[in-house]
Design a protein around this ligand. Structure first.
Ligand code: ADP
Ligand code: 5GP
Length: 193
């Protein structure tokens, strides 16, 4: 049996990644979302265990610093810690299940060093549109919003290192593009072990 495909998805905050991913997961079977750990506060409507495992800084550091580290990758993003539980990902891949990681550019770089993921960067049509979407979502304080916009410019510079680039201008087209990438990767000839 082939191992599952490891898909890494990154995008500047507010670009529409969660919206796209939700729809793609509803339409494509057998795709497991890796629920990250984070020290940030839940947003209204977010559910512990579904959107994130919300943990304290102490809990996060205990997982991170165990031997071997409980995280496949971790990073500090916008002033909070985020990490991917190693066990959750590795056991699913070994069982032949495709796993999708929604992680930032620092995390993607760590995963690339230790595995051979398929990486997808989602970009906004412009920084002005990104700001409109972030403000429209209405979830961030002004400070958090400005920090996310400043980070976006840096994150965009990492887009070249990704296997695929999708510009989320028209939502339906972006959804179709991500589905197409996953379907194509599933058809790729792989060595049977
Ligand atoms: P992210 O997960 O990347 O932070 P979200 O999925 O929360 O972003 O999207 C941010 C906001 O932008 C949401 O209000 C969402 O409805 C909106 N949005 C997403 N994609 C588009 C699009 N193609 N056109 C216009 N608005 C969009
Ligand atoms: P948000 O706070 O908007 O949910 O996410 C902020 C950023 O953290 C996004 O770029 C998101 O992809 C990233 N992120 C979420 N989970 C992880 C993770 O486990 N590891 C890393 N490195 N980044 C993550």
């Amino acid at each position: 049996m082939n191992e599952g495909i490891l898909l890494v998805l990154s995008a500047p905050s507010g670009c529409g990644k969660t919206t796209i991913l939700r729809q793609v997961m509803a339409e494509l079977p057998s795709l497991a979302f890796s629920v990250s750990h984070t020290t940030r506060q839940p947003r209204p409507g977010e559910v512990n265990g579904r959107d994130y495992h919300f943990v304290s800084v102490e809990q996060f550091k205990a997982i991170r610093d165990s031997t071997p580290s409980g995280f496949l990758e971790w990073a500090e993003v916008h002033g909070n810690f985020y990490g991917t539980a190693r066990q959750e990902v590795e056991s699913r891949l070994a069982a032949g299940i495709d796993v999708i990681l929604d992680i930032d550019v620092q995390g993607a770089e760590q995963v690339r060093r230790n595995a051979a993921p398929v990486t997808v960067f989602i970009a906004p049509p412009s920084l002005a549109e990104l700001e409109r979407r972030l403000r429209g979502r209405g979830t961030e304080s002004e400070e958090s919003l400005l920090r996310r916009l400043a980070n976006a410019e840096k994150e965009m510079q990492a887009a070249d290192s990704y296997t695929y680039l999708i510009v989320n201008d028209h939502l339906e087209q972006a959804i179709l593009a991500l589905k197409s990438v996953i379907i194509a990767e599933r058809c790729r000839q792989r060595q049977i072990l």
